[in-house]
Write a protein that binds this ligand. Sequence first.
Ligand code: ATP
Ligand code: MG
Length: 201
Amino acid sequence: MRNGAPTRRLGIMGGTFDPIHHGHLVAASEVAHHFNLDEVVFVPTGRPWQKAEQTVSAAEDRYLMTVIATASNPRFSVSRIDVDRPGPTFTIDTLRDIAGMYEPDAELYFITGADALAQILSWRDVDELFTRAHFVGCTRPGHLLQDPGLPEGKVSLIEIPALAISSSECRQRVASGEPIWYLVPDGIVQYINKRGLYRAS
Ligand code: ATP
Ligand code: MG
């Protein structure tokens, strides 16, 4: 509490978003509901360090798709902090920068897929990560997460209904001429077509 105002609860959804799809959006919406978040900030990565070997679309395209996909939700916003920071993106930098930009006492909830969460112990400055944010791992129904030895009380797991969508699958579908309607928002289908993204060269 500051000046009688309740502490704000902020979700942070980091991702490559190449492209953003309904799995990301449903995960953010479910976590926002479950943890009573005031806002979810989507943060497209600059250069994702785990994907250094792989070609990733231009940051500006990924940023714009994230803006298009979230524009209609008053509780969703998009931050450029990772896109504008030179060098590879590390989650600790994202959390430090976000903490500096919003109310200093805001509670941060970092939303991530269970796959990424399982590797979290290899992330940079892992101890500081857990002091800065609560981590929420999204799992698929029936997909049990092995306890990777994460600190108690710092991580929650929540099941997201029926979402096997991935960006990789969307890119492959575009490359082979298959539709991605309804896997991603309509505006994303149109943006991908307009910019010629993911077409086989
Ligand atoms: P790629 O297939 O290229 O790895 P992706 O679909 O996993 O892409 P990312 O941008 O890498 O998308 O993911 C951002 C975050 O969203 C990660 O924490 C990831 O685990 C999570 N995520 C991705 N897809 C889903 C989904 N269908 N349901 C819930 N969370 C998801
Ligand atoms: Mg992924």
